[in-house]
Design a protein around this ligand. Structure first.
Ligand code: PMP
Length: 308
């Protein structure tokens, strides 16, 4: 399954809100040639009573984007508060009727062919598109361990959502689909589980929720953090630790988490059925709780939503 974009009418580029057709860059742009950009992906959800839309954890997403800028020594395009206001303004202007996804890019906009980040110009672009399910969450996903190794933090900083790093994700996803799987599981150089092509991963063994650590070359997922917080509140025991490939095979439950994927359960890994091949109780509970939260049904987590 792939997500084709039919973007909402207004975008932001070069300091202005413009019709999406005008939000283009030249083939000479550094980021187009070398993937020298960092990006963010934020979801917006229609409230359960349709009274508003809620942007999910906008401050956390901005923080991660700006952490990525810091790692790359790219300037912050706008102060945090102004970026937040701009994102809200752009959502309002686009009047989304469905759930949506906001893509922000801070990209090297220089016309320059030296692979370098120093003394370059950067720009901010934003566009929004409707997004339902990025992975089919109604059925169990067939996951396959990738022959591609996850880029490590010292190659392309894992926690940075650097555009060029997504070649690694794309190769893993391409291979997974060619091999008849829905999604990849990508291992690190030592053979430990890191994450999917663009999702974090969780498993359950003997009632304990387990996910790889932040030092396992994973992206610091906002959804991952949310799941950990929900699990703590639901008193589900959790271990954040290194996970072996074969541990996935013997897990009772497994799921991916991410802005696109949300909470997407895994029914098999490398043709080994996970549990009894049905969604497990802990995954189901977390999935239900997550959707109640994002749809604004659970007031305990209302601070995670910015209502527009
Ligand atoms: N890992 C990678 C490589 C990703 O691209 C994503 C999607 N942003 C995730 C994990 C999940 O992160 P989040 O929950 O913040 O979307």
């Amino acid at each position: 399954m792939s997500t084709s974009i039919n973007a909402l009418p207004y975008a932001y580029i070069r300091g202005k809100i413009v019709p999406i057709e005008q939000a283009t860059v030249s083939i000479m742009t550094h980021a187009f040639n070398y993937g020298t950009a960092v990006f963010g992906g934020i979801r917006g959800y229609t409230a359960h009573d349709k009274s508003s839309v809620g942007i999910f954890r906008i401050d956390d997403h901005i923080k991660r984007l700006y952490d990525a800028c810091k790692i790359m020594r790219m300037p912050k395009p706008l102060p945090e508060k102004e970026l937040k206001n701009l994102l809200i303004e752009l959502v309002k202007k686009n009047k989304p009727k469905t759930d949506f996804y906001v893509r922000t890019n801070v990209y090297n906009s220089s016309y320059n062919v030296t692979p370098n980040l120093h003394n370059m110009e950067f720009d901010l672009s934003i566009y929004i598109f409707p997004l339902g399910e990025y992975l089919d969450i109604s059925k169990g996903l067939r996951a396959g361990v990738s022959s591609w190794t996850r880029v490590s933090d010292n190659m392309i900083p894992s926690r940075s959502k650097a555009s060029g790093g997504y070649i690694n994700s794309s190769l893993a996803r391409q291979e997974a689909e060619l091999n008849g799987f829905d999604e990849a599981v990508v291992l690190d150089r030592d053979g430990h589980v890191t994450e999917g092509s663009s999702e974090n991963i969780f498993l359950v063994r003997d009632g304990i929720l387990i996910t790889p650590t932040l030092s396992n070359d994973i992206l610091e997922g906002v959804t991952r953090r949310s799941i950990i917080e929900l699990a703590k509140d639901l008193e589900i025991p959790i271990e954040v630790r290194t996970v072996d490939r074969s541990e996935l095979y013997v897990a009772d439950e497994a799921f991916y988490s991410g802005t696109g994927a949300q909470v997407a359960w895994i029914s098999s890994v490398d043709h080994r059925t996970i549990g009894d091949g049905k969604i497990g109780p802990i995954t189901k509970k977390l999935q239900e709780t997550f959707f109640n939260v994002v749809r604004g049904k659970d007031s305990k987590y209302s601070s995670w939503l910015t209502r527009v």
